[in-house]
Design a protein around this ligand. Structure first.
Ligand code: CP
Ligand code: NVA
Length: 306
């Protein structure tokens, strides 16, 4: 049987995504019942960038399913520097049953997956963050029952988190509005491909709107940091470019009164989100964080299924 990777949500159909979400709901409601699902297996975590949620949720998630987790110090492995990606990939395939990778370059994940004989799970790259989007969709479905028909407004940077949300909504439906400064570029391949999928899923993708237009009547407001890991040097310049793209009290007032406010975290209060909003009644950021664990377990089960 060929291995199943989890690298980008572009690779999955609506039904495969819904299967992963169903697994996440199942593990959430029955955390004890699946504790031997990965009994005796070994899951590696190789992260080139910092992580709190992704590292912890895959580490503990694997253990709750009966597997052992091994965390590699990135300075020890120095992927592509001490040793070529393809050699690390083929070596770790001899010992592990799955690996979660967080890399600067998405190409490294693709190369790793191309040479490995074990499932490769993307724990964030510069291009996408699919495990976050699974937790986000789980959160939205828990609170709003379904995605179809919702207005979701993303205000901020056209980054990895945004790309995975585009992929998810393109097959699940929903009306996704994205407000970014003009300086933000989108990968046109993603947009074109997503637009075709949105057409088939009764959803829509709207780009180039103001934060106010995006937020008007929204069911969900979402934001992420203005400078992602790896672009810290641009942080000061980006603060100026993004200054009007903050989710604050005024923006929240434009949305529906029962709108949920989402952020993948870590958050920078006073930049992409105002303190009063992230701490306010509409914020669901810690439910999202909690759901990372259930999403991680579902992704491990999906990729390592028996
Ligand atoms: N949201 C998220 O991926 O958080 P970490 O970077 O802390 O893993
Ligand atoms: N866009 C952010 C997400 C962090 C979880 C980053 O890549 O740093």
């Amino acid at each position: 049987m060929s291995k199943k990777d989890f690298i980008s949500l572009r690779d999955f159909s609506k039904y495969q995504l819904l299967d992963i979400i169903s697994l996440a709901k199942e593990v959430k409601s029955d955390s004890q019942g699946l504790r031997d699902y990965m009994y005796g297996k070994h899951v590696g975590l190789l992260f080139e960038k910092p992580s709190l949620r992704t590292k912890t949720s895959f580490f503990i998630g694997a253990q709750q399913l009966g597997a052992n987790s091994i965390y590699y110090d990135p300075e020890e492995v120095r992927l592509g520097k001490r040793e070529e990606v393809r050699d690390v990939s083929r070596t770790l395939s001899q010992y592990l049953d799955a690996i979660v990778l967080r890399t600067f370059s998405h190409r490294n994940i693709l190369e790793f997956a191309g040479f490995s004989s074990i499932p490769v799970i993307n724990g964030l790259s510069d291009f996408c963050h699919p495990s976050q989007a699974i937790a986000d969709i789980l959160t939205i479905i828990e609170l709003k029952q379904e995605v179809e028909g919702l207005k979701v407004a993303y205000i901020g940077d056209s980054n990895n988190v945004c790309n995975s949300l585009i992929n998810a909504f393109s097959v699940l439906g929903g009306n996704f509005y994205i407000a970014t400064p003009q300086e933000c570029a989108f990968d046109q391949k993603i947009i074109q491909e997503a637009k075709n999928k949105f057409n088939q899923s009764n959803g829509s993708l709207t780009l180039g709107v103001s934060p106010q237009e995006a937020a008007e009547g929204a069911d969900v407001l979402y934001t992420d940091v203005w400078s992602s890991m790896g672009s810290e040097k641009e942080a000061e310049q980006r603060k100026k470019i993004f200054q009007d793209f903050q989710i604050n009290g005024k923006i929240l007032k434009k949305a529906k009164s029962n709108c949920i406010v989402m952020h993948c975290l870590p958050a920078h209060r006073g930049q992409e989100i105002a303190d009063e909003v992230i701490e306010g009644d509409n914020s669901v950021v810690f439910l999202q964080a909690a759901n990372r664990l259930h999403a991680a377990k579902a992704i491990l089960m999906f990729t390592c299924d028996k």
